[in-house]
Design a protein around this ligand. Structure first.
Ligand code: ZN
Length: 344
């Protein structure tokens, strides 16, 4: 094929092909990758879809399944395969379908059973580390580093009853990125928005590990946010749809897709969250649900030993909305029983 013809095929409206992991995606098309991460006897496959629009624009990195037992975001990613149309899109979407396949196929909340590590505490990762650290390194260098905007999609994990919210990064040293983060979070149309106030936090300082997937993006001055939507490891169609719609609304607000942005009114911002930890190993009895409004001092539940004796009564430390409450019986000393979005 003559070089000029190749050039014509690979450019459309001045848009070049997008390079990903040693290969190319032509303008107006999508491609799937299955990236193999290996360490000694461990292998982990990371499915990635890249959608490349016909016009230039933002590069939106999205991860699902950083926690493999959080199913609503993973199924939202599956729906986005057909919902995102690269022929009608500006810019590029890099969508990691299941970041932590060990956790997903192993049906393991939080951790990858291959090495016992939590991927969302392993960033920026290590190309010479354990299997989970290598996955974090792959996402940091191949997905986050290529992105202009970034979304990490989570839900309540297996034991977590959670009300849907989005969280965005705020840092006084990064005013411009913080403002874009806030705009992205608001564009989702979610009612509840948590502000991750990170000014002075160690994990964003040079030389420190970023720990969290989206923090790695924000540390690089890439506007980043999290979805938290879905609960208890359940697949509830209205919550899967809420994530899909949220992503589509962000793409609209970034002008990656055509259309009018409809602003949402009445969004509630939580700059402060308040947690209660369990003081014991035992059985937790929850008396409330995620999304309940509670006033300071409300009885939220109690912890017993294995003979029914009450060890700890749990009361709301502040007034606000229960964002997360443990919804299954097992509880370990030091774990959060409840997280409240504080309302003044
Ligand atoms: Zn998670």
């Amino acid at each position: 094929m003559p070089v000029w013809l190749l050039f014509c095929l690979n450019t459309l409206n001045g848009q070049s092909s997008f390079e990903f992991y040693g290969d190319e995606v032509a303008p107006g098309s999508k491609r799937h990758w299955t990236v193999s991460i290996e360490h000694e006897k461990d292998t982990l496959l990371v499915p990635v879809t890249v959608f490349h629009g016909t016009k230039s624009g933002p590069v939106l990195g999205i991860t699902a399944g950083v926690h493999g037992y959080e199913y609503a975001p993973i199924l939202a990613g599956q729906q986005l395969i057909d919902r995102i149309d690269p022929k009608k899109m500006s810019g590029t979407v890099i969508l990691v379908q299941v970041a932590n396949m060990g956790s997903f196929l192993g049906r393991s909340p939080y951790i990858n059973p291959q090495d016992g590590k939590n991927l969302n505490r392993s960033f920026p990762g290590d190309e010479h580390g354990t299997i989970t650290e290598r996955v974090a390194h792959f996402i940091s260098t191949e997905v986050i580093a290529k992105s202009t905007h970034f979304i990490d999609m989570h839900s309540g994990d297996a034991p977590e009853d959670l009300v849907a919210y989005v969280g965005y990064y705020q840092n006084d040293d990064k005013p411009q990125a913080s403002e874009t983060c806030r705009s992205m979070a608001m564009a989702t149309g979610f009612e509840y928005i948590v502000e991750f106030r990170t000014t002075g936090k160690d994990y964003l300082k040079p030389g420190q590990s970023s720990l969290y997937c989206s923090a790695e993006a924000f540390k690089r001055n890439i506007p980043a946010m999290d979805f938290e939507c879905g609960r208890l490891g359940l697949v509830e169609p209205h919550l899967v749809k809420k994530i899909v719609t949220g992503v589509e609304r962000i793409m609209l607000s970034l002008k990656m897709t055509p259309g009018e942005v409809v602003e949402t009114t009445g969004q509630v911002f939580f700059p402060v969250r308040s947690y209660v930890e369990s003081e014991h190993d035992g059985i937790f009895y929850s008396l409330k649900k995620a999304g309940d409004y509670v006033s300071k001092g409300t009885h939220l539940g109690y912890v017993t030993d294995f003979f029914g004796n009450h060890l700890q009564e749990v009361y709301a430390p502040e007034s606000g909305v229960i964002l997360l409450i443990i919804g299954t019986p097992p509880i370990n000393r030091g774990e959060s029983l409840v997280g409240i979005g504080v309302i003044d």
